[in-house]
Design a protein around this ligand. Structure first.
Ligand code: HEM
Ligand code: HEM
Length: 183
């Protein structure tokens, strides 16, 4: 049952969550598609977009940690069984780690490959490591496999949010979309 007793995440936390969610839902398909396109201008443009969006996610992740430290998170929804509390915390923690590790790995992969990272054509990031193709292959493989793992986690996370919001209607989704509790 939805109720007015639900404590939502702070407004900045919600904004950062939803902007990051939208960007993650763009950066993953762009990554998957760009790797399967033939070399050419379309692939180059998707690479630039993928890197620029990925770097934006990193900046938002830094901001997000400050907001989380300052505002904290609301206490877990009371009706939540203990196992769901534990699983959701593990998934959230892994997603937090990945919004830092994925952009940094991608950035290091590009630097090691010898491809400077331009952010929306506005400025160019410094290289994280020197040019080194074997290192770029290894970092790229780690970025790829963690990217697949992140895709699975994001799908589980979205599935759980929809399950709580549509089937259980237990107020968990309202913590990120407080408008849902106003009936
Ligand atoms: C459209 C898809 C998404 C929906 C519907 C959604 C929904 C939610 C909801 C309802 C919560 C609150 C859960 C709770 O209070 O226990 C939450 C928290 C969270 N979400 Fe999402 N989310 C989505 C996408 C994403 C994506 C792509 C990420 C990847 C980074 C993400 C990362 C997180 C994290 C880290 C938390 C925990 C926040 C904290 O406790 O500080 N979400 N999400
Ligand atoms: C949360 C952020 C990010 C996610 C979730 C993500 C995800 C992905 C995915 C799914 C792929 C496709 C892998 C494949 O199918 O082969 C990929 C490839 C790639 N991404 Fe990202 N990415 C992110 C950020 C970045 C950033 C910031 C950069 C660079 C500045 C970057 C650079 C690359 C590169 C160079 C590849 C090709 C890897 C290779 O050569 O195997 N990514 N990314």
């Amino acid at each position: 049952m939805e109720s007015a007793l639900i404590t939502p995440y702070s407004r900045p936390a919600r904004w950062i969550h939803w902007i990051t969610a939208a960007l993650v839902l763009l950066v993953i398909p762009f990554g998957l598609i760009m790797m399967r396109l033939p070399s050419g201008p379309a692939q180059d443009q998707l690479f630039d977009l993928h890197r620029s969006i990925g770097f934006t996610i990193l900046c938002l992740a830094v901001l997000r940690v400050f907001v989380r430290i300052i505002n904290g998170a609301p206490p877990a929804a009371a009706a939540l069984p203990a196992w769901q509390r534990v699983v959701s915390q593990v998934v959230h923690y892994l997603l937090y780690v990945l919004i830092f590790v994925m952009p940094l790995l991608g950035w290091a992969t590009s630097s090691a490959f010898g491809a400077p990272v331009s952010v929306f054509g506005l400025f160019t990031l410094p290289d994280l490591v020197a040019k080194n193709e074997p290192l770029s292959d290894a970092l790229g493989a780690a970025h790829t496999y963690l990217g697949y793992a992140m895709t699975v986690l994001v799908l589980i996370h979205i599935g759980a949010a929809v399950f709580h919001g549509v089937i259980q209607r237990d107020g968990v989704l309202s913590r990120m979309i407080p408008a849902l509790s106003r009936r």
